[in-house]
Structures are given as structure tokens and as C-alpha cells.
Design a protein around this ligand. Structure first.
Ligand SMILES: NC(=O)N[C@@H](O)C(=O)O
Ligand code: NI
Length: 162
């Protein structure tokens, strides 16, 4: 199986696929009588013309590295954000589109305090925590119709740590 080496997640590397939601420098605005910094509008969310935003909680089983990647998916009708409810790193796997199927996947390990938002239609691996509890707030589209497309690889990949 082809190996993919997981890299530290950076906003630049992830930009073609989505947004890294994290503190970056000074807040955009100081609020709450000076006791809170607002870091404003950090992700491009989309829910389609007939959908709406929803917040759900995902309680996922932790996985281990090396990780067998045999399927990727995408949501053609909306974006999907994963906001960890712990400080634990998790695995993020994305791929460019290659004629309607995932191209070569890329894997990232988050740092504590990083959350992510997959842009609408981005190929990604399913939520992959690496420790328990795998508890995440998820902001994605609630609406009619099918919003999940899966692609199963004939030959799985193996994701390994740096
Ligand atoms: N299917 C589902 O709600 N979860 C996936 O979209 C995922 O990205 O984990
Ligand atoms: Ni998804």
C-alpha cells in the first residue's frame, strides 16, 4: 500500500481544501468590556440554496497510526467544520478532485487549538480522532437531498506519522 506521511497542519497548505480555524495574532475586535478578543469570520461556510446551518456533536472512536485509508467522501451541497471539544490532535486527510474521484491524498496532524472547515465539495477522510474522547462540534448543512458522495479505493493508502 502507498504510504502518506502526515504533516503538521498549516493554513497555507490546507487553503486549497478548506480553512484552519485557530487564533492567529491579534483579535479583530476587543469586546465584552475589554475582556474578550473576537477573532472574526475565520471560515467559508456554505449550505446551498435549500439548506441551513446545523450544529451537531460527533463522538467518534479514536484511530491509530498507521491508519488505513480506504475511503474518502465529499459533500457537494455544503461545507463541513470540525471543532474539537478537547485539545488533542486529530488526523485530517484531504485530496484534490481528479475527474470526479479523489486525487493523491494529503494527511495533516492538527495542533492543539486548531479546528478545520472543509470547503463545499472537498474530498476528505471521515472524522479521525487519535485519542479518546473523540468529541467534536460539527457545523454542516442540514437540508434535503443527498449530500454525501463516497469513493472507495481499490488499493488503500496507509497514513504514517512524520
Ligand atoms: N457522514 C458524516 O456525517 N460524517 C462525515 O461527513 C465525516 O466527514 O466524518
Ligand atoms: Ni464529511
Amino acid at each position: 500500500m502507498t504510504e502518506i506521511i502526515a504533516q503538521p497542519l498549516t493554513a497555507d497548505a490546507f487553503a486549497p481544501f478548506g480553512d484552519v480555524i485557530a487564533l492567529r495574532g491579534a483579535p479583530d475586535k476587543i469586546i465584552n468590556q475589554g475582556l474578550c478578543g473576537r477573532h472574526h469570520d475565520l471560515a467559508r461556510l456554505e449550505f446551498g440554496t435549500d439548506g441551513r446551518a446545523g450544529i451537531s456533536l460527533f463522538d467518534a472512536e479514536p484511530r491509530r497510526l498507521p491508519y488505513r485509508l480506504d475511503m474518502m467522501e465529499r459533500h457537494p451541497e455544503g461545507s463541513q467544520a470540525f471543532i474539537p471539544m478537547t485539545q488533542a490532535p486529530f488526523l485530517v486527510i484531504v485530496a484534490p478532485d481528479d475527474g470526479g474521484r479523489p486525487g493523491t491524498p494529503r494527511a495533516f496532524l492538527t495542533a492543539p487549538g486548531q479546528a478545520i472547515n472543509y470547503h463545499r465539495g472537498t474530498w476528505h477522510g471521515v472524522l479521525t480522532p487519535l485519542s479518546a474522547p473523540g468529541l467534536f462540534a460539527v457545523v454542516d448543512r442540514i437540508g434535503p437531498g443527498e449530500n454525501l458522495e463516497e469513493f472507495w479505493f481499490d488499493t488503500p493508502y496507509t497514513v504514517v506519522p512524520t
